[in-house]
Ligand binder design. Structure first.
Ligand code: SF4
Length: 280
């Protein structure tokens, strides 16, 4: 039987102007990167993007907001977007990614139709203070626990290529393992001249080694290659053989992605099929 590859699309529904200082993120106001800034994308536009993602084969759709976490207004907005999408696309697997959140806030999201919560640990506990000084790794870990307690499927991973050591990578993988997430997004740092982190690019071989190590550590978790896929792996590279079973299609939060039809063709050319259902 051919391995099925899960496709997920993301929508940046509230972009930029974030007060946090994550060193890898162009949405941080500290770095003044040249990106789009908007408070709230219209609900109509979000539903349009969700339908488009579904047409492109995505069965996951993620509502992402910039900022540290949720306040009442943002929570109500994400819930409104979730309800509007689910009214039109009952089968879509809806993910919310809105930063630090309490169990009650996460239960509210679940009540509005959100199926999963994405909150990344990003890197190891020890290395985290080198990439962010405005909030703690521990607060991130707690939000992941909160998502599980609220009954949401947990989507938690992070980003490689920030200058972390091999020891940091192993510690980070162990931390994700301790959360046993349903999905682990794996990002590779996308360089931008405005960002304080100016590290060497990871080679394809190094990235594949990381992917194989994660697959070994988390045999049951869906491994989703997200940001940095196109700049790290060639289209001929079989990331699925190395352990991935999901990719983000379309554009990322602030950078362009591959055309979805090219990604679908890539999956078929490598001998896999596109997943039709999500088993979260
Ligand atoms: S990763 Fe999230 S919290 Fe950090 S700067 Fe970017 S938008 Fe803000």
């Amino acid at each position: 039987m051919k391995k099925s590859i899960f496709l997920c699309a993301i929508s940046n529904i509230s972009s930029g102007s974030c007060a946090e200082d994550c060193g890898f993120c162009t949405q941080s106001a500290h770095h003044r990167a040249d990106i789009a800034h908007y408070k709230y994308k219209s609900i109509e536009q979000i539903v349009f993007e969700a339908k488009n993602a579904a047409k492109n084969g995505a069965i996951g759709f993620c509502l992402v907001t910039s900022g540290l976490g949720l306040d009442d207004k943002k929570l109500a907005y994400v819930c409104e977007a979730a309800r509007a999408i689910k009214a039109e696309l009952q089968d879509i697997h809806l993910i919310a990614c809105n930063g630090i959140a309490s169990v009650d806030q996460l239960k509210t999201l679940k009540g509005a139709g959100i199926d999963a919560y994405n909150h990344n640990l990003e890197t190891s506990q020890a290395f985290y203070e080198r990439i962010c000084t405005t909030h703690s790794w521990e607060a991130r870990y707690q939000t992941c626990l909160n998502a599980k307690e609220a009954g949401l499927a947990l989507c938690s991973g992070g980003i490689f290529g920030l200058g972390e050591s091999e020891e940091d990578r192993q510690a980070f993988i162990q931390s994700v393992q301790s959360l046993n997430p349903f999905t682990m997004p794996i990002n590779f740092f996308i360089h931008n001249a405005a960002l304080p982190l100016q590290t060497a690019h990871l080679s394809e071989e190094e990235a594949l080694t990381i992917l194989r190590q994660i697959r070994q550590a988390l045999p049951q978790t869906r491994l989703m290659i997200a940001g940095g896929r196109e700049t790290t792996f060639s289209p001929e590279c079989d990331i699925f053989e190395a352990g991935a079973d999901a990719i983000v299609i379309g554009d990322y939060l602030t950078t362009k992605g591959e055309l979805p039809e090219r990604d679908r063709a890539m999956i078929e050319r490598l001998g896999y099929e596109i997943a039709r259902t999500c088993h979260a």
